[in-house]
Ligand binder design. Structure first.
Ligand code: G3I
Length: 381
């Protein structure tokens, strides 16, 4: 045993004699032990060891103190990777199925056949662990069932199909899914309603939106019903178009309760990419002014991975997470923040944006990243 080690144990033992848990104090310089670390009696070895106190307060505990939900999307690792499941239930009090409730998954085979196993398992997991569920989603132009997109429909027959799907899926989970993304990404990047690329818009026309919300309300009167879209966080035609759409629908009495900001951000070389806290507060309040709740539904902040992000880019990413959480907490209508995944090992980002990734709160080994600490601190931890 080195001389330094003997000195450290001796000093530690002397302190422990006075108290079961004592500050190492003067041992710091000689041993490299920092002042915030402590000596504790090791019950198995009858000697004194140096330990670092760990703050194990979870994100969900902190969010609950502000009456907020903090969540994550559960994708292919859910139910197959125990560390994924353990992290999900430890840190989050709301969960979204990344894919398993989309048409192609839950209703992909034929009109008569639904595939409820995966969504049932997620809802049961959430209930067993005191978590809420955000259902995702009921009408989208992507990941639709091929029997729908390739079918021969009139507006009336496709409306029947949409209503039947929503009655069946929302009805099955009545009282068990707190929030639903009813209509997803109905507006394109130029601010126009998607028509050519959406079977709903093309065959039924804009009225499918109202139809979907009314069907969802009828199937579960207590669920919070959301319009969910990306790039609404930035001022411009898309934000204005979504605002006009929701304003019109609210005025017509369509049951819409929540606006979902997907919040898929990218840090640019100059560190830009996430709106300022005030800009986010302003846009959240803009939509809250329509009587809507606000949710951040698919948060991730990607950085370059090849070549690797600079320290400044990583700092911008960390600040970005902090900014988003602070902005939500500053707006009473903002109740929910969901990240689009748990671990960088399973994120949609690298597949869609080659050379970018590392967008989440946990690294590929489920270690907490600086982004996690930023969220935790912003939540008051
Ligand atoms: O299930 C098949 C599997 O059988 C097959 O072997 C594999 C081969 O590629 O593909 C699997 O399907 C993939 C599916 O994710 C499940 O992993 C699809 O190819 C892939 O396109 C699909 O990507 C999803 C994407 O939506 C589709 O648009 C992502 O996981 C999902 O994160 C992403 O989520 C969307 C939100 O729903 C809406 N907002 C944007 C967000 C990010 O794109």
């Amino acid at each position: 045993m080195s001389v330094m080690r003997i000195i450290r144990l001796h000093m530690c033992a002397a302190l422990v004699a006075a108290s079961a848990v004592a500050a190492c104090g003067g041992a710091s310089d000689a041993t490299g032990v920092s002042p915030e670390k402590t000596c504790q009696q090791d019950p198995t070895q009858a000697k004194c060891v140096v330990v670092t106190p760990v703050d194990t307060t979870s994100l969900r505990t902190l969010a609950a103190r502000s009456n907020r939900f903090i969540g994550a999307a559960a994708g292919s690792l859910f139910g197959t990777n125990p560390t994924f499941d353990a992290t999900l239930k430890r840190e989050f009090n709301i969960v979204t199925p990344e894919n398993s409730m989309k048409w192609s998954s839950i209703h992909g085979v034929s009109r008569a056949v639904y595939s409820f196993d995966a969504p049932d398992a997620l809802v049961a997991f959430a209930e067993a662990n005191g978590m809420k569920v955000r259902g995702h989603n009921l009408a989208w132009h992507n990941q639709n069932a091929s029997w729908v997109t390739n079918g021969t429909w009139t507006a009336a027959t496709l409306t029947d199909v949409l209503q039947e799907h929503i009655a069946t899926v929302v009805g099955r989970y009545k009282g068990r899914i707190a929030q639903w993304d009813v209509v997803n990404e109905a507006i394109d990047d130029s601010g126009k309603l998607r028509v050519a690329e959406s079977v709903w818009g093309r065959v039924i026309g804009p009225s499918y939106i109202e139809t979907a919300f009314r069907a969802a309300r009828a199937a579960d009167p207590d669920a919070i019903l959301a319009y969910n879209d990306y790039s609404l966080e930035f001022p411009g035609v898309k934000q204005d178009s979504a605002f006009a759409l929701l304003q019109r629908l609210k005025a017509a009495g369509v049951p819409i309760d929540q606006i979902g900001f997907q919040a898929h951000f990218q840090i640019n070389a100059d560190g830009s990419g996430v709106p300022s806290k005030q800009a986010l507060i302003d846009v959240f309040n803009r939509f809250a002014g329509l009587g809507l709740k606000v949710a951040i539904t698919e948060l991730d902040i990607r950085v370059r991975t090849s070549p690797a992000a600079s320290a400044a880019e990583l700092a911008a990413q960390t600040n970005g997470y902090s900014t988003v959480v602070q902005a939500c907490l500053a707006v009473p209508a903002c109740t929910t923040i969901v990240t689009w995944g748990v671990t960088d090992a399973a994120s949609w980002v690298p597949g869609t944006f080659p050379g970018y990734g590392d967008a989440l709160l946990f690294d590929s080994a489920f270690n907490k990243k600086a982004t996690y600490t930023a969220v935790k601190t912003a939540l008051g931890g």
